[in-house]
Each structure stands twice: as structure tokens, then as C-alpha cells.
Design a protein around this ligand. Structure first.
Ligand SMILES: [Zn+2]
Length: 105
């Protein structure tokens, strides 16, 4: 491939990419709208198992890292939670040491 052809190729690639990402964004927004509506219905079913109004608090504390000197493990609702520095959240399955998969440095 000579230089001009390569440039033309890259230009067309870029255009295609931008078009695709615009489309993807559009679709994503539509999906999100749909998911939001479906999510409400699903949420009602899920709420049967969980106390109401707890959902937001639930997700919040899991993302709060333990401060310096605080234990990396705690028991909430009878479950042992470990803090994974790689997930940057509390997990019942593993702590920082037991983390597998992508790691955040
Ligand atoms: Zn983890």
C-alpha cells in the first residue's frame, strides 16, 4: 500500500469509526431508555426479596474504601465482606489478595 492509499484508507477508517460510534451512542441511548422502563418492572419483582428503600445505600457503602487502619473485612447482614482494592468495592467473594482478573494499579 503506498502512502496516499494508506492515508485515504485511514481517513475512511476514521469516518467509518465516527459514524459507527455515533450510531452506537444513539442505539445505546435508546437501549438505556428501554432498559430503564423494563428495569422498573424487574425492580418490582426483585424488591420482593429485599427490604424496600435499601437499594441505594446498599450500592453506596460497597464503593467506600476502608480508611487507613480500618479493617479490610467486615460482616454486614451476616455476610463477610472483603474490600478489593482492584475492584474498588466490597465483595463477598474475594478481597484484594483473592482478586483475579483485571487489576487496577
Ligand atoms: Zn476484586
Amino acid at each position: 500500500m503506498d502512502r496516499t492509499a494508506a492515508d485515504a484508507h485511514m481517513a475512511s477508517e476514521r469516518l467509518t469509526y465516527e459514524d459507527a460510534s455515533d450510531l452506537a451512542e444513539d442505539n445505546y441511548r435508546k437501549l438505556k431508555d428501554k432498559a430503564g422502563k423494563k428495569g422498573n418492572n424487574r425492580g418490582k419483582k426483585a424488591d420482593n426479596n429485599k427490604p424496600k428503600g435499601n437499594k441505594k445505600e446498599d450500592t453506596n457503602w460497597k464503593k467506600v474504601a476502608p480508611g487507613p487502619g480500618e479493617p479490610q473485612q467486615k460482616v454486614v447482614n451476616g455476610k463477610t465482606w472483603k474490600y478489593s482494592a482492584h475492584c474498588i468495592c466490597w465483595s463477598t467473594t474475594h478481597g484484594t489478595d483473592g482478586h483475579t482478573g483485571p487489576r487496577r494499579s
